[in-house]
Design a protein around this ligand. Sequence first.
Ligand code: FNR
Length: 369
Amino acid sequence: MSSETPASVETPETKASRASRKDDHVRLASAQQTEGPRRTDFDDLEFVHHALSGTNPELVDLSVELGEWTWPTPFYVNGMTGGTETTAKINRDLAIAAAETGLPMACGSMSVALDDAEAAKGFTVIREENPDGFVMGNLGAGRSADDARRAVELLNADALQLHINPVQETAMPEGTRDFSTWLSGLEDIVAACPVPVVVKEVGFGLSRRTLTLLADIGVQYADVSGAGGTDFLRIENDRSPADDFSMLTGFGQSALACLLDAPSEWTTETTMDDGVSNRVLLASGGVRNPYDVVKALACGARAVGVAGTFLQTVLDHGPDGLVDLVRTWQTQTSALFALLGARRSTDLTATDLLTRGRLGEFARLRGID
Ligand code: FNR
């Protein structure tokens, strides 16, 4: 991710410091992955078990419909990186695995690629390795509609992720603290972008109010990207101990909390002027295994993004390791669907859910049944 601070600020970021930030993000995100398990809101969601409601995994169809797209699996590689030698290799490895398994994939913020041909190669490698796959570009709020068009063109992208990351920017030494133009900027990009825009957070969640604002400006796809997984507040605090924002620890909502709290215009079919349309709600943040994927789908996500877990897999085991992991996840996701009596992911919304602990408390405080 990058600070989207305009180049005219007093201390423009140098190429070298931008590159070192990209590498820092990977190093510190990976350090979090190796810390061992921690309790998250995914552990606070349970299915009521119905022992005679199951079906046959061979009848399960894992493909998902997302508006105009059909994806072969209900999970995808979320936006992470690119722009340096180290991160180009990560993108290459992710893209090889995505091509082999049919997984949709996003890259990290491409702002560095827009004015540096060398850095751009760290992103275009994704198209070279995966010419026919579903690929999403990525930019931050605060960029222009023209930048969005250039990013899409560079990658021949099928969609553009636009990240909104105010918590991270607040704690980031090079970050902006002026968010006043983000909403109108997003609106311009959504109107001008040649491919659909997926607005996403980076691990602090999209609230009910934010999702309503996004719907109002015509956004059709949003990834709530909630708390509990890769923690960018900690990453930025670790990068700049002198300007520490750890007082914000725990800020934001988890993916499941956001899904449960999402407004109905994101969770039910809506009739638009040109017919019935469905806004598409995606989820990510702290997804560790296929059971987390299934829980997010049951709470209304149409597909689930995975960043930190897949990053660590390619760092430890290369593209072959990620191919093996994705195949295991596909088999296990089908088995979980069968256990829960779901032939399609949309059937999961009919399961009986219980919320406990922190998630249950959030649901109670927000008046969610
Ligand atoms: C990210 N993420 C991210 N998101 C984005 O939209 N643009 C970006 O450039 C980045 N950069 C980035 C770097 C690294 C190393 C990681 C691990 C993640 C955020 C990512 O897409 C996701 O929203 C969060 O990481 C939460 O998901 P996980 O990691 O808990 O699965």
